[in-house]
Design a protein around this ligand. Structure first.
Ligand SMILES: O=C(O)CCC(=O)C(=O)O
Length: 330
């Protein structure tokens, strides 16, 4: 249990969300930032209009904006979903040193997800960075629960839990839009479709708490938590969150980001080559000893990822599952 306590686990389970300050050490975040600046402008570059093609890519085209047009209520001042709030998503795997990619399997974060969900048979199903820069949009949202991580209405009992999460890649102070969230004991729990404006549900706005925290913090929340994004107020400010979410291995109905379309890119190959079997199991790679593996397939795996330590798979041939994943599942 590194970086978190029993209380953090208990709060996620009973209240639906928890902020774990500095779950990932700030040094690990800082060491990964050069990789992020290869795909997103720094706050200074963005606000000076000097982000070049990264800035253009962030602002996106009209097609990208239209994706969210069902939410578009640009004439309203108050909390609302607005297209521009959702610009600035950058998808794993990232180019560069591989450090930004490695954050996704940081042992403290994976350890927390395993402890809170009470399973070691987990998959990472969301892996993208979301950048917000002051002034791009009015980022103020209405309260809502996330229905967009599942193709069926999420059940809220422990057997069906999954964990949505944001790893903070920048310090998220009060004036750079910490997510606001309501404890399940304050909201009464359960899931309801749609948004709640301050007029419709003043009690949610009165009970909301800010999830401000330093970089390296991890905000973990369940789909039944009412929450909302708020506006960035700091002049020249920005906020960078890494959406990293975990589900149980049999939850086919839960999803968000698919890595498969990028699985043959050099950056993914490099990431795989840096992983242990347990880390790769988080992406669906069968553990050593799984029936999937025979000698030709292990040879093909070694050819596809030449730098991967393939020995655990060879040693596991015919031995049945290894590691602590559920026998035979992966
Ligand atoms: O950006 C945030 O702080 C939260 C955003 C959010 O809840 C959403 O867009 O569904």
């Amino acid at each position: 249990m590194a970086g978190f306590t029993e209380e953090h686990v208990e709060q996620w389970r009973t209240e639906g969300w928890v902020l774990i300050p500095e779950l990932v050490p700030a040094e690990a975040i800082d060491a990964a930032l050069d990789d992020m600046w290869r795909v997103l402008p720094t706050p200074e570059e963005f606000h000076a209009g000097e982000g070049g093609s990264r800035q253009d890519a962030f602002l996106g085209g009209t097609d990208q904006r239209r994706l969210f047009s069902e939410h578009d209520r640009p004439d309203e001042d108050g909390p609302a979903f607005r297209n521009e709030q959702f610009l600035g998503q950058a998808m794993f795997p990232f180019p560069g040193s591989n450090r930004l990619n490695r954050l996704i399997v940081h042992p403290n974060m994976v350890g927390f997800a395993e402890a809170a969900i009470a399973s070691t048979d987990l998959l990472i199903y969301q892996m993208s960075i979301w950048a917000k820069y002051t002034g791009v949009a009015n980022y103020e949202q209405p309260h809502h629960q996330d229905h967009n991580h599942s193709v069926v209405p999420p059940r809220t009992e422990p057997d069906y839990w999954f964990m949505e999460g944001f790893l903070y890649l920048s310090d998220v102070d009060e004036d750079v839009a910490p997510t606001h969230a309501v404890r399940v004991s304050d909201s009464g729990g359960g899931m309801e479709v749609g948004v709640r404006t301050p007029e419709q549900a003043p009690e949610l706005y009165a009970a909301e708490r800010s999830a401000a925290g330093p970089r390296g913090s991890y905000l973990a929340y369940r789909p039944d938590v009412w929450h909302r994004g708020v506006n960035l107020e700091r002049e020249g400010g920005a906020r960078f969150l890494y959406g990293i979410s975990f589900k149980q291995a049999n939850q086919d109905w839960v999803g968000y980001t698919n890595v498969q379309p990028r699985a043959t890119t050099p950056r993914f190959v490099r990431f795989v080559e840096s992983c242990t079997p347990r880390e790769l199991a988080l992406f669906g790679v069968p553990l050593p000893g799984h029936a999937y593996w025979d000698e030709p397939t292990i040879d093909a795996m070694a050819a596809r990822y030449p730098g991967l330590d393939i020995e655990p798979w060879r040693a596991g041939l015919g031995s049945g599952p290894t590691g602590s994943g559920s026998p035979g599942c992966r």
